[in-house]
Write a protein that binds this ligand. Structure first.
Ligand SMILES: Nc1ncnc2c1ncn2[C@@H]1O[C@H](COP(=O)(O)OP(=O)(O)OP(=O)(O)O)[C@@H](O)[C@H]1O
Length: 252
């Protein structure tokens, strides 16, 4: 049977999530197409990570539904892999074993290929403690990609990196996404990062999606380009109040 291209890869319908009677997400509606790159931004504590965890099936929701290709998600989302800010490598396993974790059969070759894709094949015998922050995140990315996920969930994966390493990692993520066309959802505090990478930027506020902005710019995007700056400022102005924004511009 021919697949219906109109069926969204991920469909969140009237999703509601509470923790101990505190509503964190309320009436979230979102359709993500196959191969789309979505970025989620919003103030700290607005529920971005909770949303990713719900899509990963790591958390239960109270109301609404999550469908993956029209099938309601029940339990762990086996099509998805999630990557966190701290990488979460196992310190007692070498890089190659970290990437190969959970693989079967000829796992070494598969893990080596994944490390090659992130440019770290040469470090496969190292302990994670010998790696820089950026290298650890490359390994974490390889560990997610080695399972050939259809959905990649990135929870502020570059948040702890210095500016230059962050840019390199952005390029790597973009490059892998362009090659593999994995449906990707990135949570980030960095609006420029969101605009640089995503097809669509979603803003969450008070538990709801208050903005959904298509970014119709060709790739790779130039952050200094006026249209890029304008879009970033527009989204930022929706997140921070005008006084905070003035302060940010002064500090800049
Ligand atoms: N397991 C939990 N138990 C109780 N409350 C939780 C739990 N996880 C998250 N919360 C609360 O839910 C709200 C949203 O948290 P979440 O981590 O999703 O926000 P966030 O937007 O990702 O924040 P940040 O940008 O700071 O990472 C917060 O108020 C948080 O305290």
């Amino acid at each position: 049977m021919k697949k219906d291209a109109r069926v969204p890869h991920i469909h969140l319908n009237q999703l509601k999530k509470s923790f101990d009677h505190t509503v964190v997400l309320d009436g979230i509606n979102l359709k993500v197409n196959q191969g789309e790159f979505i970025a989620i931004v919003g103030k700290s504590g607005c529920g971005k990570s909770t949303l990713l965890r719900l899509i990963a099936g790591l958390e239960h929701y109270n109301e609404g539904s999550i469908s993956i290709k029209d099938k309601e998600l029940a339990g762990l989302n086996t099509q998805a892999r999630i990557m966190f800010q701290d990488g979460r490598l196992l310190p007692w396993k070498r890089v190659l074993e970290n990437v190969g974790l959970g693989l079967k059969g000829d796992w070494r070759q598969t893990a080596i290929a994944a490390l090659r894709d992130v440019g770290l094949e040469g470090r496969m015998h190292d302990w994670p403690s010998k790696l820089s922050g950026g290298q650890k995140q490359r390994v974490a990315l390889a560990r997610a990609l080695v399972h050939k996920p259809e959905i990649l969930l990135l929870d502020e994966p570059l948040g702890a990196l210095d500016a230059l390493t962050r840019l390199e990692m952005q390029e790597l993520i973009e490059c892998i996404w362009e090659k593999e066309k994995i449906t990707t959802i990135l949570v980030t505090h960095d609006v420029e990062e969101a605009v640089a990478l995503a097809d669509r930027v979603i803003l969450i506020e008070d538990g709801k999606i208050v903005l959904s902005k298509n970014i119709n710019l060709s790739r790779p995007r130039q952050k200094t380009q006026q249209v890029f700056v304008n879009i970033s400022e527009e989204i930022l102005s929706r997140i921070v109040d005008p006084n905070e924004q003035n302060l940010r511009l002064i500090i800049k």
